[in-house]
Design a protein around this ligand. Structure first.
Ligand code: GRF
Length: 202
């Protein structure tokens, strides 16, 4: 079994999609063993508790340097024997120590079709604001591996979502979540965990 940690910072609807998929038996070779939050007030922690999943909070502001923060994250993951990490609305920056501890074993979900509207500063509503400002007719979501470049790792799955007349950033964000993120994130987790369980790579 591949032991998964989901890293969160906020509401945790993507975490919920993963929990639902796990409970429906969609991850035959993996289980979510830890939810690690960058904030002690994230609603995602309640979702984890409700599902009986262990939680931990590691806050950047409690560490004097990025290196010490990274060390705390890696230590927490190793303490729980984690094999694979999923960033689901995780807003803290992970340094090289974390990325090197889990090469091609960290996934992220980004709410646009990379390489559009991604990279430094593109998170949350900002992504959808910029998509609407640019006037694109199609946006979507991307699941990719995490490497040292923000939103720069190899792409695993993408799903397009149509922009509609009258969309606000909030309406578009919701449509991208419902029609893309909550579908492709569990798909990617299944794909990667099935492969890892067989000693293979996707
Ligand atoms: C999602 O749009 C995700 O793609 C982005 O942050 C948002 C998190 O939402 N990276 P939630 O916490 O999963 O509800």
């Amino acid at each position: 079994m591949i032991r998964i940690a989901v890293l969160v910072s906020g509401g945790g609807t993507n975490l919920q999609a993963l929990i639902n998929a796990m409970q429906e038996g969609k991850f035959p070779h993996a289980s979510i063993e830890l939810v690690l939050s960058s904030s002690d007030t994230a609603y995602a922690l309640e979702r984890a508790a409700k599902a009986g999943i262990k939680t931990a909070v590691v806050r950047r502001k409690d560490y004097v340097s990025q290196d010490l923060f990274d060390l705390a994250v890696v230590t927490t993951l190793k303490d729980h024997d984690i094999d694979m990490v999923v960033l689901a609305g995780y807003l803290s920056i992970l340094g090289p120590a974390v990325i090197q501890a889990y090469p091609e074993r960290i996934l992220n979900i980004h709410p646009s079709l990379i390489p559009s509207f991604c990279g430094k500063g593109f998170y949350g509503l900002k992504v959808h604001e910029e998509a609407l400002k640019r006037g694109v007719k199609v946006t979507g979501a991307t699941v990719h591996y995490v490497n040292e470049i923000p939103d720069g790792g190899r792409i695993l799955i993408q799903k397009p979502v149509m922009v509609q007349d009258g969309d606000t950033p909030e309406i578009l964000q919701k449509r991208v979540m419902e029609e893309a993120e909550w579908i492709i994130l569990p798909e990617a987790v299944r794909m990667v965990s099935d492969a890892l369980d067989k000693g293979e790579r996707v």
